[in-house]
Design a protein around this ligand. Sequence first.
Ligand SMILES: Nc1ncnc2c1ncn2[C@@H]1O[C@H](COP(=O)(O)OP(=O)(O)OP(=O)(O)O)[C@@H](O)[C@H]1O
Ligand SMILES: [Mg+2]
Length: 613
Amino acid sequence: MEDHDFKLEKARLLSLALEFGFDERLAKKSLDRLISLYGDDGRDFLTVEHCGDDFLVALAETMEDSEDWDDDLQVVESEACGALNNMLDKNALPNTRSNSNTNVGNCINVIDDSPKRKKQTNLMELDSSSDEESLDVWISKKKGNFSTLSSRQDQSSRVGCRSSVTEGSISGQKQFFSTSMGGNGTLSYDELQALDDVELANVVIFGNRSFRALQRQACKASLAKRDCFILMPTGGGKSLCYQLPATLKPGVTLVISPLLSLIQDQIVTLNLKFGIPAAFLNSQQTASQAAAVLHELRQLLYVTPERVAGNQSFLEVLKCLHRKGQLAGFAVDEAHCVRFALFLVYTTEIWVIIDDYRGLGCLKQHFPNVPVTALTATATHSVREDILKALRIPNALVLKTSFDRPNLKYEVIGKAKDSLKQLGQLLQDRFKNQCGIVYCLSKNECAEVSNFLNVKCKIKTVYYHAGLASQQRVTVQKKWFDGEVQIVCATIAFGMGIDKPDVRFVVHNTMSKSIESYYQESGRAGRDNCSAVCIALYQKKDFSRVVCMLRNGQGCKSQSFKTAMAQAQKMRQYCELKDECRRKILLEHFGESFDRKACKNGSNPCDNCLRTS
Ligand SMILES: Nc1ncnc2c1ncn2[C@@H]1O[C@H](COP(=O)(O)OP(=O)(O)OP(=O)(O)O)[C@@H](O)[C@H]1O
Ligand SMILES: [Mg+2]
């Protein structure tokens, strides 16, 4: 290599380092060290393929590991397991109503609609004072086939929620609908009568006034026993697509979900909010706990994938259910896990889960006639192909909505010198008394940002990361959910399965590590479909922090580090967009073509569209 080229190449590498936000002095030092490693004149280093990557990795290594990335899902997972087991002990006590010949290892009796139970659940008995029709009777007259609704209401009264349902009078019904629709209005008797089974269940059981895009089609397809592949954005309402049919079909729907923390959230919502009997099984449960779960008929049974893939005894249980006509369907939630991890899942444990997801093809193999519903918020074409293949549902009906969240306004703000003060000002000026999340990259950053906002800006916040004691984490979540504190400064450990509808803003104090992560994290805003703002605060320097943390998480030589770097670079490009529409870039990342006019002319244009319109 000529002197001239050598100098040029060195300059290129240095500018690469600067572009990635590394300190210039450190970069020079690190480059000199690397060059000196390669023989007398060091020129060999510069001719090595991908020497730029190696240089960045080496540079990242020279920086101090002062930051502690909140990657520890295992803590959160084991606690979710404990909480679920607790619920199980309280709620799934041996079922005295079922036959006593239940035997998990052999065959189980899951039929739980004995006349005795029905009699117990008749809501008429609860309201002898009313001479008007009870909701139950009214519905059964209308449809003659709504026993599942009765059992839901039985469950409802059993867990002590929605007592208004038990009033059993027309006025009681109205009160119930009004409550369940969250104040969105009531439906008249005539309107209710015009609904079909699926619509009625949506209103009565789930308290929704109407369906969102494609939910109705998904429910109908599932009831018609079709395999389905459902692609909807985060917060789009995927759960309903398998939960609603599960309440209308005889038997149990098996739901495979990758993480206990997600399962926990679902079980709590189903049992306590909707009164739908749901339980879970995972590999950490003892045989007697599992037996207790299987003993009690549930409409929805959640399992982690390792429970299914390659687990012969569980397959036998499923076969037994199937023989009895009690296996209603399979739902594979977060189906993209077939392909890769979305939730920063680099720990060995989670990779195992992903392997297990790949093994879920056994379901279709053993039960070709039982419908499979796969659901994901990751929409690229190749992920879709992988999922259909791995689950062996090549002819599944694909239902895909746009991944656009028109109610979200995307913005990037360059960080000022005093970025914490800038953040405080932003929150005070634009989000006073509003509920939101400030995402931070590390545990330290969380605490630091929260303390600064509390002390210096007099903005009440709490912080949350996986390093907190479990009780503390529960307290923080509760305070935030109850509105006692409106802002939580959190790492990505906060948010999994979070379904708070009125989050008005998500601010990233440091850039996300990929577009996928950003879409997920920012997508926690505006789940009520009302306007919300997603702001990324950005400075070049933050990119080098992300690189360092990726290197810590994955080992710098691995292929996955290089992939992660490429993903982080895409995120950086998003942050550095000058004029292009941010919404368009996000959607195109998921393989969706998007006309930026829709952003410009929409009610929540991104910052670039707002500026250039
Ligand atoms: N038809 C509807 N009408 C009103 N609210 C709905 C409707 N369908 C779903 N929701 C609500 O939307 C929120 C998000 O739903 P859900 O959790 O199913 O989203 P998701 O698509 O599974 O999102 P994620 O990808 O984050 O898991 C929930 O609060 C749910 O109750
Ligand atoms: Mg979901």
